[in-house]
Design a protein around this ligand. Structure first.
Ligand SMILES: C=CC1=C(C)c2cc3[nH]c(cc4nc(cc5[nH]c(cc1n2)c(C)c5CCC(=O)O)C(CCC(=O)O)=C4C)c(C)c3C=C
Ligand code: FE2
Length: 425
């Protein structure tokens, strides 16, 4: 009850958002900041000269073509309300919150009047926003669950948005898989990411709750392409983030692709891939390179010298230089016209979650990729990697335990609009 009233109060306060007032401004004016010793000393996040912020507003959401920040927190929610009005209100509230957080503004610096918990939990105060991006996406279950058209949205589901299938050798755990809504928070500070997810969850109480969440990180001061936990450079063959033509062709959904409300969105694939670190660490150096299909130190292809040299598979049809079942050769055989059309934008993070229940290191890759068509891009690649007749050599060293398929909502063009607005109109 308290939470519901709290959210209503928040929404009431932000009703002015529709008239173009952002939460941070509004709360900044409506609620005075107590000049405690700590915030006097630290100031608000926006006060820092080094504070780099990214605008929430635009035709596309951020966190897709944004260069990967050092930390990520990806969280999936189950929507518990059956009332579409409450779902819409939650998306409106999250819109205002996300815009404010990305600007480095606190949601509120002060307890509310009366006996309510503070609107902002506060652990980010004094921290740089760290280029925080917050990306919202929805799963197939939001449109239809167990055959039920829960919110009258069944007919709006983009055709390519299915529940993530179980691929060969997958070990999906229900509590780490799927979800009605996913929020990806990325920033150069892990507490900033955590703070965002925590406050979205807090604001959702009674309407949606966390189903799973996964943190991830990259090397903080590494030079060049970051490495995964097998010790290889990961991202070398990724498209150039400045390549707008590639993003238009392979990442952003267009109105003609199907559901017109989804234009400007993209499909997000998440795979929580546990890596059998202890087994991998016993493999000879040369075997590790053969499995990946690249040189470990430089990241160069097996037949090249520099990281960005192009492998020449055409002159190696028997796989004597780059094994036919190496990871890069199966991921991108570089034959036929499909190769370019199939290309995805990868944006993964390493995860390190202590030990599992039998004492093995519980670490791996939080694989995230964005693509315009899951079936002809991600799935086409994934099916080659998991083809039982010639599986990716790397498959013996990984177990995929969670993730899902999600539709990243189109961007919010300006203040006063909200996430998913086109879905409801
Ligand atoms: C289905 C898509 C992919 C999954 C799942 C996947 C998992 C995965 N990958 C690595 C490590 C590397 N991957 C590399 C390249 C690469 N991987 C995919 C796709 C998937 N990977 C693609 C499309 C490519 C690019 C292929 C190309 O065009 O050459 C590399 C090489 C360096 C690079 O280009 O990034 C590494 C290393 C791990 C560890 C992993 C799961 C745990
Ligand atoms: Fe890969």
């Amino acid at each position: 009850m308290g939470d519901k009233m709290n959210r209503r109060a928040f929404l009431g306060m932000t009703a002015a958002g529709a008239a173009g007032v952002v939460i941070g401004d509004l709360l900044g004016k409506a609620q005075k900041v107590i000049p405690t010793a700590s915030n006097k000393q630290l100031g608000t996040a926006t006060a820092s000269a080094a504070n780099e912020t990214i605008s929430f507003y635009g035709a596309h959401q951020t966190g897709v073509v944004t260069p990967a920040q050092n930390f990520a927190n990806v969280a999936a929610f189950d929507v518990t309300t059956q009332d579409v009005k409450e779902l819409k209100e939650l998306l409106q509230l999250w819109t205002e919150m996300a815009a404010s957080l990305m600007e480095g503004k606190p949601l509120a610096a002060e307890p509310q009047e009366g006996k309510f918990p503070p609107l902002d939990t506060g652990e980010q105060m004094g921290l740089d926003t760290g280029k925080l991006t917050i990306t919202f996406a929805v799963g197939a279950s939001l449109f239809e669950k167990d055959g039920v058209d829960r919110f009258g949205l069944r007919s709006r589901k983009p055709a390519g948005l299915t529940e993530m299938p179980i691929f060969h050798k997958d070990s999906l755990q229900d509590q780490l898989t799927h979800g009605d809504i996913v929020i990806q928070a990325c920033a150069d500070d892990p507490i900033v990411c955590f703070h965002a997810i925590r406050n979205f969850s807090k604001a959702a109480r009674g309407v949606a709750h966390l189903r799973w969440q996964q943190t991830g990180q990259l090397g903080v001061k590494s030079q060049g392409t970051k490495r995964n936990l097998f010790g290889f450079k990961d991202g070398t063959a990724n498209p150039d983030l400045q390549d707008e033509q590639f993003m238009k062709n392979n990442v952003w959904v267009e109105a003609g692709d199907g559901a017109s409300w989804f234009a400007g969105g993209t499909y997000m694939v998440v795979r929580r891939i546990h890596m059998r670190i202890e087994t991998w660490d016993q493999q000879p150096f040369s075997d590790q390179e053969e499995i990946i299909g690249r040189q470990k130190v430089s990241g160069a292809p097996m037949d090249g010298h520099g990281e960005f040299d192009k492998p020449n598979f055409a002159d190696d049809s028997k796989g004597e230089v780059t094994a036919l079942d190496s990871h890069i050769r199966l991921s991108n055989p570089r034959t036929g016209e499909n190769s370019e059309r199939e290309r995805i934008l990868r944006r993964g993070y390493n995860f390190m979650d202590n030990l599992d229940n039998v004492g093995r290191i519980n670490a791996g890759l939080l694989f995230v990729c964005f693509n315009r068509n899951i079936q002809t891009q991600f799935e086409s690649i994934q099916k080659r990697l998991t083809n039982p007749k010639l599986p990716d050599k790397m498959l013996s060293y990984t177990d995929t335990t969670g993730g899902g398929y999600f539709a990243v909502l189109p961007g919010v063009p300006s203040k006063g609009s909200y996430l998913g607005q086109s879905l409801f109109t």
